[in-house]
Design a protein around this ligand. Structure first.
Ligand code: FMN
Length: 541
């Protein structure tokens, strides 16, 4: 299918775009998919590289411990190893991604049904799905957390199910562990705010329908893939929002053995039926909350067909401890939802940004809300409460800060908490929060709770005591002229007014740097007074 009939790139075209931008690392040496592949890419996230240095890794020569060679390549990080990669897939500069999401959600476009599709160029059914080396077992699915995971696991999935009542499809990114050439176990989160597909499962159960049709799609066109992890309201068809992102309909084709529509230009489609009666142990698996999910009963799926392009590439997401590809892909998708909720749905005008804290905490726990200076306290608290309760599994700790605090700099947040927050007045804890996505849930522990903090300035404060910007910039020029080590300015790197500062003090500081401090001495001498104690404040007229 050519580009004329669609307004969005497929995975192959996306990888070519990444290569052109220097964002694709190709690995041709043999790599063991189970013990080497994910650890190699993991070094990007734990090896002290800056975010812009991360790349997508395309593995062309995949093996396993048994010496098997796989013909299908695997790509990790292709959708979101960093924001530049996500922005390439989005077809929008990083600072326009938020607006693109907003527009797509407001203007969904229904998919277009096509008769023939590249994702069905090769069809594997029946006996061809059975036996070692066949079916799922021929796919080079990597192990994500070697040493802990019990199975090669599909991670970069778009799992499609249909609401048996409304007929609306859902598409979510859920992991699925390989169990046999024709069987895998899918894990859909059952918590509040969890998987949309689980609600379909429950409806099938309630209707006495033992088998739920399911299609696990690997390697969707990026604009479709991005919808998998997105937290849209239940009942919204993600493929329509993907059409909104693409600015035209997403081509879909009827799956071969289940009554579902799948994205036509995807790489691989695994079709089958989820058993709504029996469950099967799945995991351990390294989870996106940064701990290993322990074994639990999840949904077995019997595979009825695997279809794929002639030359498929299989994507795999790097997840587990954040930052990771999983946290980048979710962060860029979720933050716009939070901001739109606070600004548009709740009508809180002073909110400038919502940041989901990423390293180690993994987005769902700590939310930083950037508030305009002078925002009424009541509005700050509405924003804190609104962010805490927007989604059932997000916003356990919410912190309001002003615009000069970099929400990605934990030191700056501590700074705001240390100097701008009075714990007795500015901190609240609230009871009754679900455990959300995290290791405690694994142990069935009791309820969690919520912590809200207003770390905004409550009034004018004296300036930040660093040289003013102009002096720091001039000194940076000298630094560079001297050939000293490369600087990476860390905000705040210059002093600025926090509201309590007078023009007279500016004038005195100007005289001082001009070498005229003696003039300042003459001015202050004229203000000498008696009858007061030291440290009595003085404000020039
Ligand atoms: C790499 C990755 C793996 C994920 N694994 C799961 C999973 O196994 N089960 C699950 O319910 N959600 C998982 N999620 C989160 C869901 O994709 C996310 O909650 C999404 O909103 C689900 O879509 P839905 O609302 O249509 O169900 C994962 C997300 C990513 C990025």
């Amino acid at each position: 299918m050519s580009n004329e009939t669609r307004s969005y790139p497929d995975l192959h075209e996306h990888l070519a775009a990444l290569a052109e931008r220097g964002l694709l690392q190709t690995i041709d040496r043999p790599i063991d998919k189970d013990s080497e592949l994910h650890p190699l890419v993991r070094w990007q996230f734990v090896g002290g590289l800056d975010e812009p240095e991360r790349k997508a890794f395309l593995f062309n020569n995949i093996t396993n411990a048994q010496g098997r060679r796989y013909t299908i390549p695997v790509v990790v990080g292709a959708l979101a190893a960093n924001r530049a990669i996500y922005s390439t897939g989005m077809g929008a500069p990083v600072d326009e991604i938020q607006a693109k999401w907003d527009r797509a959600i407001a203007n969904p476009i229904a998919p277009r049904l096509v008769d023939a599709a590249v994702c069905q160029e090769v069809v594997i059914e029946g006996a061809a799905l059975l036996g070692e080396g066949n079916g799922l077992d021929m796919l080079p699915i990597p192990i994500s957390t070697p040493g802990f995971d019990s199975a090669p696991t599909l991670t970069a999935t778009n799992v499609i199910t249909r609401d048996p009542e409304s007929g609306v499809q859902n598409m979510g990114t859920y992991r699925a562990a390989l169990k046999a050439p024709d069987r895998l176990v899918v894990r859909m989160a059952t918590r509040v705010g969890g998987a949309g597909g689980y609600q379909h499962y429950q409806k099938h159960q309630a209707r006495g329908e033992r088998y739920m049709p399911c299609a696990i799609v690997l390697g969707c066109p990026p604009l479709v893939a991005f919808l998998g992890p997105q937290k849209l309201p239940v009942g919204v068809d993600e493929l329509e929002v993907a059409g909104g992102l693409a600015g035209g309909p997403i081509n879909v084709v009827r799956a071969r053995t289940v009554d579902l529509l799948v994205p036509a230009e995807s790489e691989v489609v695994i079709e089958g039926f989820i058993d709504t009666e029996l469950l099967e142990p799945e995991a351990p698996f390294g989870e996106s909350h940064g701990h290993v999910a322990l074994e639990e009963f999840n949904m077995p799926m019997r595979v009825t067909a695997i279809t794929h392009r002639k030359n498929p590439i299989i994507p795999s997401y790097l997840s587990q401890v954040a930052p990771s590809e999983s946290s980048v892909i979710k962060r860029v998708a979720y933050e716009p939802l939070f901001l739109a909720h606070l600004k548009s749905t709740l009508g809180i005008r002073g909110v400038k940004r919502v940041s989901l804290h990423e390293p180690l905490t993994g987005l769902l726990r700590v939310t930083v809300i950037t508030c305009e200076k002078g925002m009424p306290r009541t509005e700050i608290w509405r924003a804190l409460n609104g962010a805490a309760f927007f989604k059932g599994d997000c916003g356990k700790i919410c912190i309001a800060v002003n615009e000069d605090i970099d929400p990605d700099n934990a030191d700056a947040i501590f700074w705001a908490m240390a100097y701008r927050m009075n714990p007795v007045e500015d901190v609240r804890t609230l009871e009754h929060r679900g455990q959300g996505h995290g290791p405690k849930r694994e142990l069935d522990q009791e309820e969690d709770s919520t912590l809200l903090m207003d770390a905004t300035m409550k009034g004018a404060m004296p300036p930040l005591a660093l040289p003013k910007r102009e002096y720091m910039e001039k000194a940076k020029g000298i630094w560079e002229e001297l050939g000293l080590p490369r600087l990476r300015p860390q905000p705040p790197w210059f002093g600025y007014s926090l509201g309590d500062w007078l023009p007279q003090w500016d004038a005195a500081a100007q005289r001082a740097v001009e070498g005229r401090y003696l003039e300042n001495g003459r001015i202050s001498e004229a203000q000498q007074r008696g009858g007061i104690r030291p440290e009595t404040k003085f404000r020039p007229e």
